[in-house]
Design a protein around this ligand. Structure first.
Ligand code: SAM
Length: 279
């Protein structure tokens, strides 16, 4: 069943000559039932403003609007996509605002009213950079309530990884300290046009009202970065540069100095960051 009265995305792409550009990481989703499913995975849209980054020809945008988003603010870098997106805005009067520009350089906050959810199918490098920015604001809770983002499957696994796994590292700790992060949809390469080389997954992150365990963000980041920069080393060696008496801090946090970063959970990393910060 059609989700709206607009033309199929294949026709939109043909009409507006939107041949995919590799430099912009363009792998489009053309199945509107799939984009509606991704929109639903973002939670209750009816009472929220949605920030969508990289709408392209508008498949996910249409999913969000058809699923009842209160308002969508969409930021797209490729000027070729704007006429196609304007047609969607006309079909949903007052509910879709478009910004042409680079999401890394634009602050769209003044144009959004809370509660705000972020939904995006972005190129991998842009997505990871924005994710880190959205996870590390100076104040918590952040301006957004949830993030629903498409990643390469491997990156999705790094975000949701648990201690003891190869994927576990900085990204997992950063995400899981202040959000509840889950993989909600798996997508094979063929779901996209053109198909990328690898599989993808949608990760849904809900902002927690407060971080799971107390810690100073800058100190925690320093400790975690040092620990995983030399992930094969024992922590007493990997963390040598973090504090002069690192073995005492490890002991205070209840972490054996011979452990490796991969084995240490979030709670223990936060305890270590508190001990280092108090010195
Ligand atoms: N959301 C559409 C979909 O699901 O079919 C398009 C997805 S495509 C993977 C990524 C989109 O992000 C493209 O339309 C591309 O032009 C846009 N894009 C790439 N870099 C961007 C940036 N820095 N800021 C805003 N949009 C960007």
């Amino acid at each position: 069943m059609a989700i709206d009265n607009l033309p199929p995305l294949r026709d939109v792409i043909a009409t507006h000559q939107l041949s995919a550009k590799k430099a912009l990481g363009q792998n489009f989703l053309l199945d509107l039932n799939l984009t509606a499913k991704i929109a639903r995975s973002a939670g209750d849209l009816s009472g929220s403003d949605i920030l969508e980054v990289g709408p392209g020809p508008g498949g996910l945008t249409r999913g969000l609007l058809a699923e009842g988003a209160r308002r969508v603010l969409a930021v797209e870098k490729d000027p070729r996509c704007m006429p196609a997106l304007a047609e969607i805005a006309a079909a949903y009067p007052g509910r879709l605002e478009l910004i042409e520009g680079d999401a890394l350089a634009i602050d769209p906050l003044t144009r959004l009213t809370p509660p705000i959810r972020i939904v995006a199918n972005l190129p991998y490098n842009v997505g990871t950079e924005l994710l880190v920015r959205w996870l590390t604001p100076p104040e918590w809770p952040p301006f957004w309530q949830s993030l629903t983002l498409m990643f390469q499957r491997e990156v999705a696994e790094r975000i949701t990884a648990k201690p003891g796994s190869k994927a576990y590292g900085r990204l997992a700790l950063l995400a899981q300290w202040r959000t509840d992060a889950r993989i909600v949809i798996d997508l094979p390469p063929q779901a996209f046009t053109p198909p990328p080389k690898v599989s993808s997954a949608v990760v849904h992150m809900t902002a927690l009202p407060a971080p799971r365990y107390p810690a100073d963000p800058a100190v925690l980041n320093r400790v975690v970065a040092a620990a995983f920069n030399q992930r094969r080393k024992m922590l007493r060696a990997a963390l040598k540069g973090v504090a002069p008496d690192i073995e005492a801090h490890l002991a205070e946090a209840g972490i054996p100095p011979t452990e490796r970063a991969e084995q240490i959970g979030l709670e223990a990393f936060c305890a270590l960051a508190r001990s280092v910060a108090s010195a």
